[in-house]
Design a protein around this ligand. Sequence first.
Ligand SMILES: [Zn+2]
Length: 162
Amino acid sequence: MQLDEAQLTTPDPIKTYLAHWFQLGKKLYIKSGQVQLCPSLILVPGGYSQEFEACWAYVNSGQAGDCYLEGTQETIAQLQQQQWDITPCARCSMPIALPQNGLPPASCPCAGLENWPNLELPSPHSPTNNQTELRNLQLRLEDAAPPDHSRITPQKLASPEK
Ligand SMILES: [Zn+2]
């Protein structure tokens, strides 16, 4: 059997979804809401924290019963069925679950967050390897630098001919 490369490299959308919301302090209600879970550390260099991985494994083990993210009604088990898409929220770009058929949820989980979207804080993100992260940072910095058209240095001064 040939390995599907996309399957290997594409992270589980529900896992990404949870990781993003945990980074904003949203809790996961488990056992039909009797217990709240929110790992304090989500990302470590190069991947997810053990704490988050353990939480994710627990949710997937079935032992946690019905689990749903604070501010949502759909259980994680429901979201893992194919009828749901995880897409960026129109307001804040956080991943939200939209049913493929039927009405979207009344509000994004972000609706209950104060001061959100907050563009001054680093956004929740997926783990990246450091090289990619550095490169992205470089690209962002290059984008952020205003093009310097105002001061045109005479060619002679800028690059003296040898
Ligand atoms: Zn939102």
